[in-house]
Design a protein around this ligand. Structure first.
Ligand SMILES: [Zn+2]
Ligand SMILES: [Zn+2]
Length: 339
């Protein structure tokens, strides 16, 4: 069975030595249909981690159940499914308080510390499986995970109906956040994004106005010179955080979604104090959020077609990482097809 394996910094290979996996009594076997390539996959490729070398990548996926373990209930062969890739311990303080995204054995997940879905078959714990309604496609199924990231970010930011917002970065997560804010009743949704094709997609998906990153002062001017109540930083650089501080309304909240992997140096941190700014980091989601994401797809409230810019085959994955790791590029979400 062919699999896409993370080997370390700038090294992702196709490995043909993997066998079709066996399942344990609490697991199911899934025939994989679609797998999305995530920004965090590209981040690990660039940095040489935090993914574990030697593991198969892929944590955004959908497929069909082809086998179930003897203790598995409510899931049947033939069901179309997606999987919440986080593997919580179910015992620690956080897991007992529905905060599995903060589990003490943090970052234990398929496609990260365990083998992921970029292969023909994957075995997963049945409790992580979510059944897809008939009107939710495999493409949407493979997009439940990134939509969940966006839903959790907006929920945790404390956003309220009618507030003004700004989103920094119109990559896939930024584009889902725009749509979630629209569904949640945002007043103005402003977007900062350097790539023109991504600006256009942002407008298609509900942004009121798009600007180049250095034009942030136009957003402030447009909002009665007060600035947005909420800024969602989907990039994660010193520059984007500084921009968020510059444009946010006094007393507003900055939500950090983009992974700040590089050293953080900013000159205007004093504004955080003098302007009473809150900053909240958010990471992943929980099972409830995953269900909400599936429901939003079933209700056709979230679009994915403008976000999926490319469908590729498994063999093309290593070469596409070369492109994705050299921004700026025009790609948004790339799906690997297994049909
Ligand atoms: Zn992801
Ligand atoms: Zn735990």
């Amino acid at each position: 069975m062919k699999a896409v394996v993370f080997k370390g910094k700038e090294s992702i290979i196709i490995d043909e030595s993997f066998e079709k996996p066996n399942i344990s009594s609490d697991e199911v076997l899934i025939k994989v249909k679609k797998v999305g390539i995530c920004g965090s996959d590209v981040c690990s490729y660039e940095m040489g981690g935090p993914y574990f070398p030697g593991k198969i990548i892929g944590h955004e996926f959908s497929g069909d159940i082809v086998e179930i373990g003897e203790n598995v209930k409510k899931i049947r062969v033939g069901m179309r499914v997606t999987v919440n890739p986080i593997i919580p311990c179910n015992e620690c303080f956080y897991c007992r308080h529905n905060l599995e995204n903060m589990c003490k054995i943090k970052n234990h997940a398929y496609g990260y510390t365990e083998h992921g879905a970029m292969r023909e078959f994957i075995n997963v714990k049945a409790e992580r499986v979510h059944i897809l309604p008939d009107n939710v496609s495999y493409e949407e199924g493979a997009s439940v995970e990134p939509l969940s990231v966006a839903l959790y970010a907006v929920e945790q930011s404390g956003f309220k109906l009618g507030q003004d917002t700004a989103v920094i970065g119109a990559g896939p997560i930024g584009l889902y956040i725009i749509q979630v804010l629209k569904v949640a009743g945002a007043n103005r949704i402003n977007v900062l994004e350097p790539v023109e094709s991504k600006q256009k997609v942002a407008l298609t998906l509900g942004a009121d106005k798009v600007f180049l990153p250095n034009q942030w002062s136009k957003i402030v001017r447009q909002l009665d010179k007060l600035g947005p109540d909420h800024v969602y930083d989907c990039v994660g650089l010193s520059e984007t955080f500084a921009t968020a501080l510059n444009m946010i309304k006094n007393g507003g909240q900055i939500t950090l979604i983009g992974m700040h992997t590089s050293k953080f140096e900013i000159d205007n941190i004093l504004m955080m104090t003098t302007n009473n700014i809150s900053v909240r980091g958010v990471y992943s989601y929980n099972q409830d959020i995953f269900k909400t994401a599936i429901n939003l797809f079933a209700q056709k409230k979230i679009k994915i077609d403008p976000i999926i810019t490319n469908h590729i085959k498994l063999a093309q994955v290593p070469e596409i990482f070369e492109i994705l790791s050299h921004p700026p590029h025009e790609e948004l979400k790339i799906l690997v097809d297994f049909d």
